[in-house]
Ligand binder design. Structure first.
Ligand code: FE
Length: 237
């Protein structure tokens, strides 16, 4: 939740229907906990309970080592995520030679910065510019470049996003608060298990003297999916 009581998804401007339906199952638990949060512990969500049951069974049967699971969870919760992608983008903005390598062979250039993991063996970076805006979707399911962006947001997996990003990309972008001039071409890229796309956003004007670290702090997950642009803090409303 944000300070104004919206969920992050609502705040992002993604179609409310998708947000509402996705969270419908979880809402009663959260709503209940707000009403009498001191009376009892929250009941875990249905998927969480199912995962826990599955984990218990696999461990009990000796098929899975709990320590290995802990390492995996820690990796995807703490080590892999959009901050990695933001550092890649900042490096590409700051180092033209790196950008050339990134556009030519994304997986190798990303591995130069130490970001490697499953679900990222074949990645392609597409560059936004004054004449082209790129948008990434996986129409079939939720293919996503894990080494640089972590796990996909819920809306990325929603049927609404997957279909409407193709049918009406400008409309979807507008719902994220991203308005693309008519003369700018919008290209939609369909990620698959074999090939996952990442957007190299446009570097905002007025950042010539920014350090790489400061540039990275500006880059958001949504900008690397292509639903947003990278904005300076004063440009955000
Ligand atoms: Fe997929």
């Amino acid at each position: 939740m944000t300070d104004d009581g919206k969920t992050a998804l609502e705040g992002s401007g993604f179609p409310k229907k998708a947000v509402t339906s996705t969270f419908a199952a979880a809402e009663p638990i959260g709503a209940q906990s707000r009403i009498d949060e001191h009376d009892h512990q929250d009941v875990p969500s249905d998927p969480a309970l199912r995962v826990k049951a599955l984990e218990s069974l696999l461990v009990e049967k000796g098929l899975v080592d709990p320590a290995a699971l802990d390492v995996l969870v820690d990796t995807y919760e703490n080590k892999i995520g959009p901050r990695n992608g933001a550092r890649v983008v900042a490096r590409a903005w700051a180092d033209p030679a790196y950008k050339v390598r990134l556009l030519a062979d994304a997986a190798s250039a990303i591995a130069e910065l130490g970001y490697t993991s499953g679900q990222g063996e074949h990645m392609v970076v597409v560059e936004n510019g004054s004449t082209v805006h790129n948008l990434v979707v996986c129409t079939l399911c939720s293919c996503y470049p894990w080494p640089v962006l972590g796990l996909p947001p819920v809306w990325y997996k929603s049927a609404q996003y997957r279909s409407r990003a193709v049918i009406d990309p400008r409309g979807v972008l507008a719902e994220f608060g991203t308005y693309i001039d008519e003369e700018v071409e919008v290209r939609v890229w369909d990620s698959t298990a074999e090939l996952r796309y990442i957007v190299l956003p446009e570097r905002p004007a007025g950042t010539d003297d920014f350090s790489e670290e400061r540039l990275a702090a500006l880059v958001t997950r949504d900008a690397m999916i292509g639903v947003s642009k990278v904005l300076l803090p004063e440009e955000k409303s």
